[in-house]
Design a protein around this ligand. Structure first.
Ligand code: ADP
Ligand code: ZN
Ligand code: ZN
Length: 736
């Protein structure tokens, strides 16, 4: 009997020991079904051992070894172990959360995707003649497999009992299964180091800067992290395409991470058109379970040459991985906000270094973390300074002082006039609203009452179409009241501007105009968004009203005007990253204007037209802006000059939440590590859905110090009483 240690999806920081009977081989990375309490669960074998430290009676046997998918590689398990340790998340939950849902369920994945069977490596060396002659069907199967892999249907044609006989052969390790793969049409007989032919639509001659960037990455031997910093439209995508081409020629796999699911179909089409016969798959949460599994297995078998995905794709198994690209690396959606709170960008960097391959982080507005790393030469900076298309110039940026102009419910007269001109010229305008959080709330003009949520510290947002107030934090909703609940005044007015409100102002002013509202609500379905994009491209839209969704990576050739309605909130936000995020957002959204031959213009409505952020935007001076921000961060002792971890707690009982955090704080201080432990404070949203929320920040000057501290602190936290609380540790938090 031997022992396997399995990762299970349970919130405990350990692996679990099980016995396997002699003669049954279990490989590391294989999935097993094991008893756990009264249930049975799927586990992944992470280690094997000669003996268990538990008393033998307590170690139960593995119920079943699943042969329906390839085992996870030691490399992927190492990556997951690193994540579990770095993000302080139980190893079992870390490993299981990296798998597609179908592989997490205890039902074997049968049928889809189909499995192929082949001789195991040990058998290939063996002489078939030595196999017992009386096992006729098994001999037939082995003889057939000696000619090459087959699927079950092909083997059944040898004998009606092939299925059962095959199972016996697998148990005795003569035969193994692997997911059937689609061999790419031109890629059959791929071997390492041979030059692979694939069609490549080499649409453009690279500019000098693009060529330099491509060469720098191509010449890297082993791990190197590059920051590709280029304004929107400078041709970063073209650099990725050329790098991919080189990797594909060497039979390598490429992992391309992008921030938004909404962008993947579009990007997928684009890359497919450049590499028409390359096996290309995507991985994101919008896929159905079967498709996700199928794609994952394509990556795992090496059949998928390019894997395009959102953050979860960073855990895709890729045996031939030779290049990682993280597009829009500054984007906050690379950070997972619950469960394993990982940053896919940071994990990707670790993965590249673990594997010894180059990684390219691309952005027009890099995160200050990455920018700082490039300046201090931990990463290599690659720059694209101009737009790739000679005619396409960067847009001009102007501020409109909202205190010196007539405003119409949040839209200035100047902006409305500019929109009018665009409509006459049959060009498109985009009005950008800085996220849902700034949506309109209802205010009483008599007493100043605001439509607060009963269950949260937040305000309820006015939804005009069904005349309701909705809390975007907890979902609570009520009908719009006829009078102020506090003073009875009937004069209630919306303040702030949401997409719906802006839309109605525009409709009044331009009754003929075709207005399209694009936000999370209106693009919930993939198809809706797809058809909206088609309308925009066909120039069937005059004015677009949207939130940050519209800012990212879309290419609308007729768009020449961008109006930014309410950016000021970010200038006095409590989040020290708010200005960084605003700059990135505005630079992105400004990049939408004037992509084709028509010059673009950006108008920003603000009460602070002289603010350095707007000045830097006008001058297209990211470097100057980043330098000033970094200087401020260094003075104030914020990231990237320190490393942070946030302990959050929430519960119905306020005293309990605070008691937990105060005890956690005392324990942290007592550890006397080289970290700074701050006070317990309310969260930015101090109440949500009738739960009190509070937090405790710890920071350290060195990543290593932080890690050592967290390793010592976590067991103390686990031991604190917290029955009615939910708490979590967030390493390198982005939200405050
Ligand atoms: P980014 O990803 O930096 O925003 P893109 O790669 O999308 O920029 O390029 C912007 C536009 O310039 C695209 O229409 C692209 O086809 C075009 N382009 C990129 N590189 C070149 C080049 N070397 N020559 C001509 N056009 C190019
Ligand atoms: Zn009132
Ligand atoms: Zn609420």
């Amino acid at each position: 009997m031997s022992i396997v240690r399995a990762a299970l999806d349970v919130p405990l920081p350990t692996l679990f020991d099980y016995t396997v009977a002699d003669g049954i081989a279990v490989a590391i990375g294989q999935r097993v079904i094991v008893p756990f309490g009264r249930r049975q669960m799927v586990g992944v074998v992470v280690e094997t051992a000669a003996a268990s430290e538990m008393t033998p009676e307590r170690v139960k046997p593995v119920r079943q070894v699943l042969h329906d998918s390839l085992p996870l590689s030691a490399e992927l398990l190492d990556l997951l172990r690193f994540c579990s340790d770095y993000y302080r998340y139980p190893i079992g939950q870390t490993v299981l959360s990296a798998l597609p849902g179908r592989l997490r369920s205890d039902k074997p994945v049968i049928g889809r995707p189909a499995l192929s069977y082949r001789l195991t490596a040990s058998v290939m060396a063996l002489d078939l003649e030595s196999f017992p002659k009386r096992k006729v069907v098994q001999r037939r199967i082995l003889a057939r497999l000696a000619e090459g892999p087959c699927n079950l249907a092909q083997l059944r044609s040898l004998s009606a009992t092939a299925g059962a006989q095959l199972k016996m052969l697998m148990e005795e390790e003569w035969v193994e299964s692997f997911p059937e793969v689609l061999i790419p049409s031109t890629g059959s007989g791929r071997t390492a180091n041979s030059i692979q032919k694939h069609s490549f639509d080499n649409a453009h001659t690279l500019t000098g800067e693009q060529q330099q960037a491509v060469d720098a990455v191509a010449q890297a031997s082993g791990y190197a992290c590059f920051l590709l910093h280029g304004v929107t439209g400078s041709g970063k995508t073209e650099v990725y395409v050329h790098l991919m081409h080189q990797v594909l020629q060497q039979s390598g796999q490429v992992l391309l991470l992008v921030p938004e699911i909404n962008l993947t179909p579009q990007l997928e089409n684009y890359f497919r058109s450049r590499f028409p016969d390359v096996n290309f798959i995507s991985l994101h949460s919008g896929l159905g379970e079967n498709e996700r599994l199928h794609n994952w297995q394509q990556a795992q078998s090496g059949a998928a040459q390019i894997v395009l995905g959102t953050r979860l794709a960073v855990f895709a198994e890729m045996p031939g991985l030779a290049l990682i690209v993280v597009d829009e690396e500054h984007d906050g959606s690379f950070k997972q906000q619950d469960g394993l709170r990982y940053s896919a960008r940071d994990v990707a960097i670790f993965r590249a270094s673990q594997r010894g391959v180059p990684i390219v982080l691309g952005s027009a507005t890099p995160s200050l973390e990455s920018y700082h790393n490039a300046q201090s030469r931990r990463y290599r900076m690659l720059r694209l300074t101009g737009r790739a298309l000679a005619e396409a110039r960067l847009p001009t940026v102007r501020c409109i002082n909202i205190n010196q102009t007539v405003m119409h419910h949040g839209i200035s007269e100047n902006l409305l006039r500019e929109i009018g001109q665009r409509i006459e010229r049959r060009e498109q305008s985009l009005l950008f609203i800085n996220r849902r959080g700034y949506a309109p709330v209802l205010m009483c003009t008599g007493c100043g009452w605001l439509s607060g949520c009963k269950h949260c510290a937040g305000k309820m947002v006015l939804h005009l179409n069904d005349r309701r107030l909705r809390c975007h934090h907890c979902g609570y909703q009520v009908r719009v009241p006829h009078a102020c609940p506090d003073c009875g005044n009937a004069d209630l007015h919306p303040v702030g501007s949401g997409t719906q409100r802006v839309e109605s102002v525009l409709q009044e002013r331009f009754p003929e105009a075709r207005i399209l509202r694009v936000d999370r609500d209106s693009t919930r379905s993939k198809r809706a968004w797809q058809s909206m994009r088609e309308q925009i491209h066909a120039n069937e839209v005059d004015i677009l009203v949207g939130t940050q969704m519209l800012a990212k990576g879309h290419d609308f050739p007729a768009l020449t005007l961008v109006g930014v309605l309410n950016p000021d909130g970010a200038l006095y936000s409590s989040d020290f990253r708010a200005a960084e995020k605003l700059f990135a957002q505005l630079a992105q959204v400004a990049g939408r204007a004037g992509r084709a031959d028509k010059p673009g213009e950006v108008l920003i409505q603000t009460a602070f037209p002289d603010h350095p952020l707007f000045r830097a935007l006008q001058a297209h001076d990211f470097d100057g802006w980043a330098a000033s921000q970094l200087a401020e961060r260094q003075m104030a002792g914020f990231p990237p000059f320190v490393f942070q971890a946030m302990l959050r707690a929430e519960g119905k009982n306020e005293a309990e939440a605070y008691a937990f955090l105060n005890q956690a704080r005392a324990a942290a201080v007592e550890l006397r590590h080289a970290v700074e432990v701050f006070g317990v404070v309310p969260a930015a949203l101090s109440r949500r859905a009738s739960h009190t929320r509070a937090q405790l920040l710890v920071q350290g000057a060195k990543r290593k110090d932080m890690q050592q501290f967290l390793r010592a602190w976590q067991p103390l936290l686990d031991a604190l009483p917290a029955q009615k609380l939910r708490w979590s540790l967030d390493v390198d938090p982005l939200e405050f």
